[in-house]
Every structure is written in structure tokens, then in C-alpha cells.
Design a protein around this ligand. Structure first.
Ligand code: NCD
Length: 308
């Protein structure tokens, strides 16, 4: 198997690599419970974040430190790095690679992680490129699905919310197309429906999908509800479209009542108002467990790109 180097898009993972990653991820759960490890000591990660982040940046940085590595970081890189002076992304990467062994980048433009990888001699990990992809989120989503419902073949999932601008659902759809017997329901407000490139990819890979508008009816039928935030920052001045999309599909007690006992609700977080806090205590609300899995997945990815 080829060694994992850049992590740019979900399509680059095949099933053997996913199984290997998930096996290492499981070991990382043990590592954390045993107070960490030193396998990445003397290694340094640079994190360049041009867009806001809580979970992704903190979990990557914690992951590196839990494995004994060190971190240099710039948050708000759009304002506080030399990008503000007009430096190109390519030049910034050429500099950062001289200081570090791996670069984790979140950027506001689709395709930016690929551009970074083209000039980098150290691994680039895409932590979200505008409305493009968020592969490490999708990896932790799939890991969570396996852990929560016990399988990755033969299950039904509803992707709900902003499917046009959400990069997590795009990456997740690419990953799910590697498995068998998956059926995807797209439940989105009219202005933010899933894009055709993803639908075409699913068709090519024989993955069944369907657009639906009745969230309650879909909730009765699926194993996973994957709720997402309406991506306000991608609407520009289309305030009316945003208002129309927001609040259309909310996970509340009524949706939970429709959901099977064995099903779960996921969300990449942050949530605004699309999951009411009253359902947080329901054992099927798995989104905080999902976010915790991000630490283990990112530990495994860092170990695989730096050590194996
Ligand atoms: C997501 C993102 O940044 O795309 N957040 C995350 O990384 N967990 C989802 C979102 O911002 O809505």
C-alpha cells in the first residue's frame, strides 16, 4: 500500500487505506487513555488557518501534542499572516515547509489545499478549503458511523441542511461511495440543494440517492441523520436566500420521536439553531461523541503521514 502523504480530498482514500486508518484510530483511543505517546517527538506541525475554526484546529493541535510533537500556528491567517501584505499562498507554503514537518491548512478558496500540495515537499493536510472539501471531517464522520451503528455497508443516511455550500457533506458523499448498499437521502432547502457533481459521482459508483423534503418521513427510515449548518458566510448579500434556508429543517423532539431506537444524529458542528439543545441528552444524539473522535482520527493521520 502506498504511504499516505498529502490529505487533500476524500476520493483519494480506498477501502484498505480506510480500514488501516480506522485501526490506527482505535489504537489512538488507547494511547489517549494511557496519557499519550512520544512517537512524534522532535516533529513539528504548522497550522495555517485562514477561516474560523474551533474543533478542527484544536483537535489537530491536541493530536500533535498528545503524540509528543510540537505546533506552530497562525489563526486568522487572512489578517495576521503575510497574506495581509499580499503574499501568495504558494510563497507562504514554501516558507512554512522550511519550518515544519507537516502543514495543516484551512483556507477560504476551493482548491487551495491542492495548490499548496503542488509546491510543498512536506505533507499538506486539508482542514477545509472554502466550499470544496473537508476530508478529515468526513473520515471522522465515517469512523463515528462505524462506531455508533456498527457497520459501513448496508445502511441509510439522510444528509440535511446546506448541501450546496457544506464541504463536510461533499467529502462524506465521496467517502460513502466506497461502501456497498448505502442509500443517501438529501433533505435540503430549495436554495441549497446538493450539487450535480456529487450526484454524478454517486451514480457512477452505484450509490442510491434520493431528494426528499419530508424530514419526519425520512427520519423514520434511516440509520443516520447527518444535520448541517446553513453556511451563512457563503451567501454574501443573498440574505433572503439565507433566511429562506435557515430554520426549514430543525432536529427537535418530534424528529427524535420519528427516529428508530437504533439510529443516531450526527452534525459536524458548530450548530446554530438546527438542532435544539433539548435533544442533546438523548442517547441517539451522537454529535459530541463525533467531535471527540476527531482527536483520534487526526492523531492517526499525523502518525501515518509522518511515521509509517
Ligand atoms: C465544519 C466546517 O468547517 O466545514 N466545521 C467543522 O470543521 N467541524 C462545518 C461548519 O462550519 O458548518
Amino acid at each position: 500500500m502506498d504511504k499516505l502523504f498529502h490529505v487533500i480530498e476524500a476520493q483519494q482514500f480506498d477501502r484498505p487505506l480506510l480500514s488501516e486508518l480506522f485501526a490506527v484510530t482505535k489504537e489512538m483511543e488507547e494511547v489517549v487513555s494511557r496519557y499519550g505517546s512520544n512517537i512524534l517527538s522532535r516533529r513539528l506541525m504548522a497550522s495555517l488557518f485562514y477561516e474560523p475554526s474551533t474543533r478542527t484546529r484544536l483537535s489537530f493541535e491536541s493530536a500533535m501534542m498528545r503524540l509528543g510533537g510540537q505546533v506552530v500556528t497562525t489563526e486568522s491567517a487572512r489578517e495576521f499572516s503575510s497574506a495581509a501584505k499580499g503574499e501568495t499562498l504558494e510563497d507562504t507554503i514554501r516558507i512554512a515547509e522550511g519550518y515544519s514537518d507537516v502543514i495543516v491548512i484551512r483556507h477560504y478558496e476551493s482548491g487551495s489545499a491542492r495548490r499548496a500540495a503542488e509546491v510543498a515537499s512536506v505533507p499538506i493536510i486539508n482542514a477545509g478549503d472554502g466550499p470544496g472539501q473537508h476530508p478529515t471531517q468526513a473520515l471522522l464522520d465515517v469512523y463515528t458511523i462505524q462506531k455508533e451503528i456498527g457497520r459501513l455497508d448496508n445502511f441509510k443516511i439522510a444528509m440535511v441542511g446546506d448541501l450546496a455550500n457544506g464541504r463536510t457533506v461533499r467529502s462524506l458523499a465521496y467517502l460513502l461511495s466506497k461502501y456497498d448498499g448505502v442509500k443517501i437521502f438529501f433533505v435540503a432547502p430549495r436554495v441549497v440543494r446538493m450539487k450535480d457533481d456529487i450526484k454524478a459521482h454517486l451514480d457512477e459508483h452505484g450509490i442510491e440517492w434520493e431528494e426528499a423534503d419530508d424530514l419526519i418521513a425520512v427520519a423514520r427510515d434511516v440509520d443516520v441523520v447527518y444535520q448541517t449548518r446553513i453556511q451563512r458566510e457563503r451567501f454574501g448579500d443573498r440574505i433572503e436566500d439565507y433566511e429562506q434556508a435557515r430554520g426549514k429543517y430543525v432536529i427537535d423532539q418530534t424528529v427524535m420521536e420519528a427516529l428508530l431506537e437504533s439510529s443516531v444524529v450526527l452534525h459536524p458542528l458548530p450548530r446554530v439553531d438546527e438542532i435544539v439543545p433539548e435533544v442533546d441528552g438523548d442517547p441517539r444524539s451522537a454529535y459530541f461523541r463525533q467531535a471527540h473522535n476527531g482527536l483520534y482520527i487526526r492523531m492517526a493521520l499525523l502518525q501515518m503521514v509522518l511515521e509509517s
